[in-house]
Design a protein around this ligand. Sequence first.
Ligand code: GLP
Length: 247
Amino acid sequence: MNIIISDDYQQMSSMAAQVFIQCVTANPRAVLGLATGSTPIGVYQNLITSYQSGEISFESVTSFNLDEYIGLHRDHPQSYYYFMHQQLLNHVNIQGQRVFIPSGTEEDYGAYCQWYEDQIAEAGGIDLQILGIGSDGHIAFNEPGTALGSRTHITELDHQTIDDNARFFDSKADVPRRAITMGVATILEAKEIILLATGQNKAQAVRDAIEGPLSSECTASALQQHPNVTFYLDSAAAELLKHEYKH
Ligand code: GLP
């Protein structure tokens, strides 16, 4: 695993955005794995700037999002569909038919989860996946206790995740209790993965992910098995790491 510790959020976002820019420049038909949460917003802003300046085009790019709340319609301001369109997709020339975001309003999730997996496979797999990390060490919505071999599935959100995400809703009671998420094994099939984390409240999760045992209690620890992963951290998120990493 590569660990890159940045001075601040802007530097981290710009370095991580460069990985996307290089990926799309090298392969205009790249398949990108996208994430929600506040952490990747700076990367998306850099990508919009890069698109607006003519440096990159999303014309032939395909994207797959990691997860979505169950029960939120795509027009709900807290749905991940809405978030992705506000933060990135509405501002670049990606083609709607090549945008895949799990639906939170399906009737038959057994069939739907398989369909989502099949779409990723048909697109040739994900070339570059961006991840955030939950304060409990989750990636996407793979909460503690999720099998490291899991595929796209429905999950119950942990109390800690509900507490963390309550800030985006009017009240904690409004936070959905369930989500659809790519599984840990689905994520690990991406050819390259970058994980971004900032702030002290991510420091323990970051340490467990990088230096802890491989464990379903911290699903981000599964990234230790992947051959091409880079963690982009600020110094607060890196402060519990025992080993020295490059700044
Ligand atoms: C949610 C998302 C994760 C994200 C996490 C952290 O739980 N499902 O994909 O990594 O939030 O979000 P933030 O970046 O806002 O801390």
